[in-house]
Design a protein around this ligand. Structure first.
Ligand code: ADP
Length: 508
């Protein structure tokens, strides 16, 4: 017992896991959506902020260094640095030394290198002291001489390169030059290290990753919580249905939750109600069939017993009793025939034996057969045909449909009543309407009359030979022809059954 409970639990767990993995479970989907909704913005935010930070810091650094170099540039001009004029000495240092020191400070501060190139593209100063006197022909320098300020950020190698023009405001700007304040007499080619920015970025990135991981854990926790909470009403519905299925209850279930689950529960309750009705009618059927089949048997036994008890009963009495026994056998036969007809209809695969049938002739024939029964009750049967109708139908089943409807109209009629049968057709369907002046059907029974063994007034129906199967057989036969059957009725005034069947049978 314990083992089987264990294996069941393992099976359930595996099933749940499989559902989660295959994403067929709502829980898994909610979990994933919340997870993605929580994590994706975090990652984007981290990359976005860090990228933005890097861009802004690089821009700021370029602007700062360029400003500082511009100041040095103006010093260079005011001290004739580029014109190689011997500067005057003050306290043992020349202004050239001061400028060199300024440049050294900048290159130290930004861990970089500053080259000063004169108009003949010769390097007049290199803070690294290796390129002095050399000629430099680089695109950036030439473009800078044309007045363009160039800066370039090499992320991979971690440095920023920029050029700053040295403008002599005493000289006129050449024509067409964008630098209107003076002539460009030299260029400061500078590359500075970006390592400090990268270090800060890495530190920020580490913090962001830490925060991100923390966030990730929180989002997972929230996602699990919400996935469980949001699907709870569904689990409750499942449990409630399982209880009904296990047979603990057959009452309507009630699970407060979402309107969607309430709809499912409503639909389930309707189904339960319908199943109950079917179950009730099935139980009633068994009781009815037993009763129906037993009644003729009992009568036959009574008749036979009394004949046997008399010993030398006259022949007329034998004849009379035998006639009664025959009529009881007929009744028994009728019930069995109806049951068999219904069972046959139930077989879905059953093929219709379709042929072209004159519905007018068929109706005439059926009415001829039924008129003697009608006469017994003095019920007048009228047939009104609007046109000649020929349709592709199964003649035997069509006969069943018409016979049942007309027979019911006669059976459930008053003395001296009437039954009217109307036949009409359009280009697609033919309509067969049976109206009567009978007892009518109460409104609450209208939906149930097609159910097997349902009878409005059981005792009356049995009395007049009803089995409760006629309309069930009729409806099945109509549906097999892809037709429809409707009824309207006023209690005490009569009923109208309308059958609509396609003229041409189209198999599915
Ligand atoms: P039955 O064999 O009892 O006639 P049916 O399935 O043919 O069974 O009909 C079901 C019930 O519907 C009947 O018991 C009767 O109460 C009601 N019914 C059917 N046709 C009519 C009608 N034309 N007028 C009044 N009641 C009807």
């Amino acid at each position: 017992m314990r083992e089987s409970i264990k294996t069941n639990m393992v099976k359930e767990l595996l099933h749940e896991l499989r559902q989660l993995v295959s994403l067929r479970s709502l829980k898994a989907r909610i979990f994933l959506i919340i997870l993605l909704a929580g994590v994706i913005p975090c990652v984007f935010l981290r990359y976005g902020i860090l990228d933005d930070y890097e861009e802004r810091t690089v821009e700021l650094r370029i602007a700062t260094v360029q400003n500082q170099l511009r100041v040095v540039g103006s010093h260079l001009i005011s001290n004739n640095y580029l014109y190689n004029i011997q500067p005057e000495e003050r306290n043992g240092t020349t202004s050239r030394d001061v400028i060199d020191a300024e440049l050294e400070t900048i290159s130290d501060l930004y861990e970089g290198r500053v080259l000063i190139v004169d108009s003949s593209l010769k390097v007049v100063m290199d803070t690294y002291g290796i390129s002095e006197g050399k000629t430099i022909i680089s695109e950036e320098v030439i473009r800078c001489f044309r007045g363009e300020n160039i800066s370039y950020y090499d992320r991979e190698h971690g440095y920023i390169e920029m050029t700053v023009p040295i403008v002599d405001t005493n000289l006129p700007a050449p024509e067409g030059s964008s630098n209107a304040s003076g002539a460009i007499v030299g260029v400061m080619l500078t590359s500075i290290s970006n390592e400090s920015i990268i270090d800060t970025l890495e530190m920020l990135n580490r913090r962001a990753v830490l925060l991100e991981n923390l966030m990730f854990v929180c989002v997972i926790a929230v996602a699990i919580l919400l996935a469980v909470l949001l699907t709870k009403p569904l689990s409750k519905v499942e449990n409630a249905i399982n209880e009904v299925q296990a047979g603990y209850t057959d009452e309507s279930i009630s699970v407060p939750g979402y309107s969607e689950t309430a709809n499912i529960v409503d639909a389930f309750n309707q189904l339960l109600k319908r199943m109950k009705v079917l179950d009730d009618s099935r139980q009633e059927f068994v009781a009815n069939v037993s009763h129906e089949l037993k009644t003729p048997m009992t009568s036959m036994k009574v008749l036979a017993d009394s004949l046997l008890a008399q010993g030398d009963a006259p022949a007329e009495l034998y004849k009379e009793f035998m006639e009664d026994i025959v009529s009881e056998i007929d009744r028994e036969n009728q019930i069995i025939t109806d049951l068999l007809a219904l069972v046959k209809m139930d077989k879905k695969a059953q093929e219709l034996n379709v042929s072209s049938v004159s519905i007018n002739d068929l109706t005439e024939l059926i009415l001829k057969r039924l008129r003697p029964i009608a006469r017994r009750k003095d019920v007048e049967v009228v047939f009104e045909s609007m046109r000649q109708v020929t349709a592709e139908v199964d003649e035997v089943k069509m006969t069943l449909i018409m016979t049942n409807l007309v027979e019911n109209a006669i059976k459930y009629n008053k003395e001296h009543g009437w039954v009217k049968v109307e036949l009409d057709a359009d280009h697609q369907y033919f309509t067969f309407v049976v109206s009567d002046s009978g007892l009518g059907i109460p409104e609450e029974s209208l939906e149930q009359i097609y159910e097997r063994f349902y009878r409005v007034d059981k005792s009356h129906s049995r009395e007049i030979g009803g089995t409760g199967l006629g309309l069930a057989i009729t409806k099945s036969a109509v549906l097999m022809h892809r037709g429809s059957i409707t009824v309207s009725s006023v209690e005490g005034e009569g009923s109208v059954f309308t059958v609509k069947i396609p003229l041409i049978y189209i198999p599915q």
